[in-house]
Write a protein that binds this ligand. Structure first.
Ligand code: BES
Ligand code: ZN
Length: 658
């Protein structure tokens, strides 16, 4: 993306203006009669990141040098971040950074090098906002004519409530031998442990030295330069420029295993063997990705298995994806998640959404790409089943989301960008790309995507950049009557709620068969032992369970359980679908497992729907609250926020039902 002039209004002031303009806009438009497609006085400006206070248009961070010590007693990081910055405007007087809950000790100009050359700089707190954190404004020294890059050193420490870090006690880990620390920056949590220009529009290289208690291993989204576990010292270097949401750190009692010629897995001992087996197709996946969209550009691709409290399935930190242990199913049936995080090495990490409004460029492209890798390595049958499951989840979610949340390019002004991560950017984004693929054919579409990645490599892109790219490289190549697709349709996919009528629902032969068995079981009382489910894959089970009526009844639940032992399944996804049914049917024999599951796992996608179902049920609400109180200390901040929001929103509905 070419750098657009930034909105220099601080977001909170901006919001006040937006509200006024919106009001004026409504008045004006009401007088005009029909509403144009997406016009209003307060229209979103593509390419503006409304979730950062920083000023990269004036001064830009190019490199970050971290020197941090992890204090597990106090649960804080202490040390320095030295930023190499370049003025984009010669008369720029201040550098504005994003922070949240950081304690700043000093700011110095260290351009001259050495401690003697350090000159203190004036700084002050700027605007603050509950979602965005607090701006740190640093007065820059007068620019000398020859100064190219300048170096600013910030001495600081984090606070125990840093939203981007989770500190776990020994007892909360798998090996129970050492405490554990991990970061999760996306979307805007990097600012809670590094003072940064925390916007996906700024890319920086980084270098880091990290001190930890002896014996621990540190992993970062960078190349390891020095590792001295006995001295608790690690050094990293990241030569490729990345956005701040991809800077990542983890430390704990980590061992390593080999997955392939350019891949290792880091895991606590109890997970190591299982992980090496589960992810042994790593190299085949990387090669499938390269064959589709060009060389893997990050030298190595490793995995880090986190403790079960990790709030996501995976996070695409470059060179080392962070992965939940809940994908260790023992039969590789959940490894598409690895295909997903790997695919981000192109879509997201190489070509990055310019703002969180453009998130679908990261997640929709990646979900499409994930499916292509899955198909190449594991076959079309699995890829099709996953497409159907994804469509079912999206269809359900679309029934609940307000129209403004159903568009791909979602206006997130005044909202927490974490709210953007619904099935819409993922699944609707993916089905949009599939629609283009169907219209132009795979080979044309693959060439088109390769060109997109290559021409935007190491840059950020807006939704509108992509629309232009489609216009010039697809729509312009063939007349619409030959492909059946027009610019009008492209815009409908991106800017309109719901699914365009041209969308063709995905289908799977295998799941069609399961559908028939499900019908026989539900409508014709087929006994559970007559289901031919022995060879069913995880996806077939998920389809079967997800499509049972919510009120199948305790007797039929018991029959299924007796024959197929579902309460005891080791597969975290099947357990999730089963436990949801158990809640809806008040199937008590599964309650112990339910409690255990909720206490043990912190992955939002697996547990939030279970809490929701319990909280909405007056008979189970108190039990859910009690389990949450017990489990809460082990949950990540993001998981806590999700569950607590649910507790609040369901309180109103359960009260109003009384
Ligand atoms: N980038 C996301 C993780 C993420 C989600 C970060 C929300 C911040 C907020 C990652 O690539 C992802 O999509 N993970 C999915 C995996 C999946 C769709 C296969 C997840 O965690 O469930
Ligand atoms: Zn993703």
């Amino acid at each position: 993306m070419k750098l657009k002039k930034r909105n220099l209004l601080q977001p909170s002031i901006g919001r006040t203006l937006v509200v006024c303009c919106l009001f004026l806009g409504i008045v004006v438009l009401a007088g005009c009669g029909s509403l144009p497609m997406r016009q209003s006085a307060a229209e979103v400006r593509p390419g503006v990141d409304y979730h950062s206070f920083s000023n990269p248009g004036a001064v830009r961070v190019e490199h970050v040098d971290l020197d941090l010590k992890a204090d597990f007693q106090q649960k804080i990081l202490t040390g320095t971040a030295t930023l190499t910055v370049k003025r984009q405007q010669p008369d720029a007087k201040k550098l504005v950074l994003d922070t949240r809950d950081l304690s700043i000790e000093s700011v110095e100009d260290v351009t001259a090098g050495g401690t003697a050359g350090a000159k203190p700089l004036k700084w002050r707190w700027g605007h603050s906002d509950t979602v965005l954190g607090r701006a740190l404004e640093i007065s820059l020294p007068k620019k000398t004519a020859d100064a190219q890059a300048e170096k600013i050193r910030i001495r600081y420490h984090t606070t125990p409530q840093a939203t981007g870090l989770q500190w776990l006690e020994k007892a909360q880990t798998a090996s129970q031998s050492m405490p554990f620390l991990f970061s999760q920056n996306e979307a805007i949590h990097g600012r809670s442990w590094i003072p940064l220009q925390d916007t996906p529009q700024v890319r920086q290289t980084y270098h880091a030295t990290i001190m930890v208690p002896t014996g621990m291993r540190v992993v970062m989204s960078a190349k390891t330069v020095t590792e001295k576990p006995q001295q608790g010292f690690f050094e990293f270097d990241m030569p490729q420029p990345i956005p701040s949401y991809l800077i990542a750190l983890a430390a704990g009692d980590l061992k390593t295993g080999t997955l392939g010629p350019r891949s290792r897995v880091f895991a606590e001992k109890p997970y190591l063997k299982a992980a090496v087996n589960e992810f042994s197709d790593m190299e085949a996946m990387i090669q499938a990705g390269e064959k589709l969209y060009g060389p893997y550009r990050w030298d190595e691709y490793n995995l880090l298995i986190l403790p079960p409290s990790f709030p996501f399935g995976g996070m695409e930190n470059p060179r080392v994806s962070f992965i939940t242990p809940t994908v260790l199913a023992g039969d590789k049936s959940l490894v598409s998640l690895i295909a997903h995080e790997l695919a981000h090495s192109w879509s997201g990490n190489l070509v990055t959404n310019a703002s969180w409004r453009d998130l679908w460029l990261n997640e929709g492209f990646t979900t499409y790409f994930e499916s292509r890798i899955t198909e190449a390595v594991y076959g079309a049958d699995l890829a099709n089943m996953q497409a159907v499951l994804q469509w079912q989840a999206l269809e359900k979610e679309l029934q609940e989301l307000p129209p403004e949340a159903q568009v791909l390019a979602r206006d997130l002004r005044g909202r927490d960008p974490d709210e953007a991560f619904t099935d819409v950017p993922y699944a609707k984004g993916r089905f949009f790309l599939e629609r283009l693929e169907q219209a132009y054919g795979r080979s044309v579409f693959d060439t088109f995507l390769r060109k997109w990645f290559n021409s935007h490599a190491f840059q950020s892109a807006t939704t509108e950049d992509f629309v232009e790219f489609v216009r010039n490289n697809l729509l312009g190549t063939q007349p619409p009557h030959r492909t059946g697709i027009s610019m009008g349709e492209v815009k409908r996919w991106i800017y309109r709620p719901g699914m365009p009528h041209t969308f063709i629902k995905p289908a799977s032969r295998s799941l069609y068969k399961v559908q028939q068995w499900r019908d026989a079981f539900v409508n014709h009382n087929l006994p559970a032992e007559k289901l031919p489910a022995k060879p069913w894959t995880t996806q077939e089970w998920l389809y079967f369970l997800n499509n049972l009526p919510a009120t199948i009844g305790q007797e039929r639940m018991a029959q299924l359980d007796k024959v197929w032992n579902l309460t005891q399944t080791h597969n975290s996804e099947i357990a999730h679908s089963w436990l949801l049914l158990a809640i809806k049917n008040h199937y008590q024999p599964a309650y112990d497992r339910l409690q255990d599951y909720l206490r043990h796992i912190g992955r939002r996608k697996l547990i939030v729907p279970l809490y929701k179902a319990m909280l909405e049920d007056p008979e189970l609400r108190n039990q859910a609250l009690a389990i949450y109180q017990q489990a809460k200390p082990g949950y990540h901040h993001l998981t806590r926020t999700s569950v607590e929001n649910l507790i609040k929103s369901t309180a109103e509905t359960t009260n109003s039902q009384k």
